[in-house]
Structures are given as structure tokens and as C-alpha cells.
Design a protein around this ligand. Structure first.
Ligand SMILES: Cc1cc2nc3c(=O)[nH]c(=O)nc-3n(C[C@H](O)[C@H](O)[C@H](O)COP(=O)(O)OP(=O)(O)OC[C@H]3O[C@@H](n4cnc5c(N)ncnc54)[C@H](O)[C@@H]3O)c2cc1C
Length: 234
């Protein structure tokens, strides 16, 4: 049975365009692995639609951080309306943790994150975990967002203190003030920034369309199935 907890919202912030961060009080003795997700629900939701009242959300925090963190885009769904209406101290229901996307046990295995949009959440948890553990493995983050103001954790992810880390941000829509990469994550970008394409562990996070396109691209380059892990946000 999945464990269920009633806890409270400690803080709600807007951290990028239409992007909400919820910091939630960790239940006592709660443990999870970086990359896992939970179901988020509300005890007395005021809005309802034809969908369930809860959603799956990746834990964006590493286990060593004080709060559980969830990050999501706003939308017109009843769930998101309920989320936006939440204020500090309100009760929340969380179920889990769940999910088998895990960091490799082998500490020398290099890892590559291919993420789009709010798919950054489990990647952020794993990267912060590795930073805390002073990992020396090679870690590459390729992170696609629409516009600069929609990038969640831009400064934090640019400034991660890891021995062998690089973060590449790319924008898929024109943005006047951006001097970095533009366009989707493609073979060219992967070949430029990933040293050994066949021998890294890929974490691919985003919509189904994004995941399918990354999978196809890696399969064309003979990357083994065992070297790809997916978090499909739908
Ligand atoms: C393991 C896992 C982890 C996840 N982690 C995160 C996370 O960290 N952050 C996050 O933001 N999301 C995450 N998700 C996705 C999340 O559960 C929600 O599906 C997502 O946030 C959209 O929720 P919503 O209430 O805005 O939209 P929903 O009401 O659930 O609708 C889902 C999608 O259906 C489409 N849709 C809905 N209604 C209409 C309509 N009337 N017309 C046309 N299209 C429509 C839209 O494209 C919409 O985005 C995760 C999902 C999984 C499975």
C-alpha cells in the first residue's frame, strides 16, 4: 500500500514564468531517493473537474534538503486552480514516494540529463544530491525551455559545484536577450557535449512527444536500452 501523509505548505513561490514552487513540510521519518515522485492532493479542494483531484509530481528537492519541493506550471485545471489558491500553512495530502528512476550505484558511471520544460524537477533533485555527495562522476545537463523567463532554476543549475559538471540551456523560441543556445535538443547538441555517447546513463524527462524524439535519436546512435531511463510527464 502507498503511504499517505497529511502535511502543510511551508512556502509557495513563483520561480519562473507561470511556474510555481511548493515547499512542503517533510513528514517525520520520511525518506525518499532523488528522482522519485509523489501524488499531491488537497484535503478540501474547492475546484473540481472531470479529472482526479490529485496529480503525480516529481520531488524536485534532494533528500538532504529541509523541505519537500514540487514545481509545476499553472493551468486552468481544477488541480492547478486548487494549487494556486493554496497559502502557507494550508494542509496538503501527499502519497508515496514512488518511482524507479534512480541514480546508478556505480559512482564512476557518467550521467546525462535530457530534459524539457518542467521536466527539470527530478533532474534538479539528482544533481543537488550529487553536489551534496561531492560526486566526481561526469554529469551533463541539456535543458530545453521555451524562453529565458520560463527556465526554472537557471542560476542554481548554472552554478552547481561539481568537479565534472556542465549545464547547457537551449531555448526553443526566440528571445531577444539570449546569447546561449537556441533550438531543440538534437544529435548535434548531444554529440558536442556528451563525451562518450554510448556509455553514459541518460535520464530523459518531459512530455511523451519529447521522450519519443530523444529515444529515437539515441537509438539511431546505437545507445543501449539499458542506458536510458525515462520519466514521462504525459
Ligand atoms: C511521474 C510523473 C512525474 C511528474 N512530475 C511533474 C512535475 O514535477 N511537474 C509538473 O508540472 N508535472 C509533473 N507531472 C505531470 C503532472 O502530473 C500533470 O499531468 C501536469 O502538471 C498537467 O496537469 P494539469 O492539471 O495542468 O493538466 P491536466 O488537466 O492533467 O491535463 C494534462 C494535459 O492534457 C491536455 N489538456 C487538458 N485539458 C485539455 C483541453 N480541454 N483541451 C486540450 N488539451 C487539454 C493539456 O495538454 C494538459 O497539459 C508528472 C507526471 C508524472 C507521471
Amino acid at each position: 500500500m502507498i503511504a499517505q501523509y497529511t502535511t502543510t505548505l511551508a512556502q509557495k513561490n513563483i520561480i519562473a514564468k507561470n511556474t510555481y514552487q511548493l515547499l512542503i513540510t517533510k513528514p517525520k521519518d520520511f525518506s525518499f531517493a532523488p528522482g522519485q515522485y509523489m501524488f499531491l492532493d488537497f484535503p478540501n479542494p474547492t475546484n473540481a473537474d472531470d479529472k482526479p483531484s490529485f496529480r503525480a509530481m516529481s520531488i524536485a528537492a534532494s533528500p538532504h534538503e529541509e523541505h519537500l519541493m514540487f514545481v509545476m506550471r499553472g493551468s486552468d485545471s481544477a488541480f492547478k486552480k486548487n494549487m494556486i489558491a493554496m497559502t502557507e500553512g494550508d494542509e496538503m495530502i501527499i502519497k508515496g514516494p514512488m518511482g524507479h528512476v534512480m541514480l546508478p550505484n556505480n559512482s564512476t558511471q557518467s550521467i546525462t540529463f535530457l530534459v524539457a520544460g518542467v521536466g527539470i524537477t527530478p533532474a534538479r533533485a539528482m544533481i543537488k544530491y550529487e553536489e551534496h555527495a561531492k560526486s566526481e562522476r561526469e554529469i551533463t545537463l541539456l535543458y530545453a525551455s521555451r524562453t529565458k523567463d520560463s527556465i526554472a532554476f537557471y542560476d542554481e543549475l548554472k552554478n552547481v559545484q561539481l568537479a565534472n559538471y556542465r549545464a547547457v540551456f537551449t531555448l526553443t523560441r526566440e528571445d531577444g536577450e539570449w546569447e546561449g543556445k537556441k533550438g531543440r535538443i538534437n544529435s548535434e547538441l548531444i554529440e558536442k557535449y556528451v563525451d562518450d555517447i554510448q556509455n553514459t546513463m541518460y535520464y530523459i524527462v518531459g512530455t511523451k512527444v519529447f521522450i519519443d524524439s530523444m529515444k529515437e535519436l539515441l537509438e539511431e546512435r546505437d545507445v543501449a536500452k539499458e542506458n536510458m531511463q525515462f520519466d514521462n510527464f504525459g
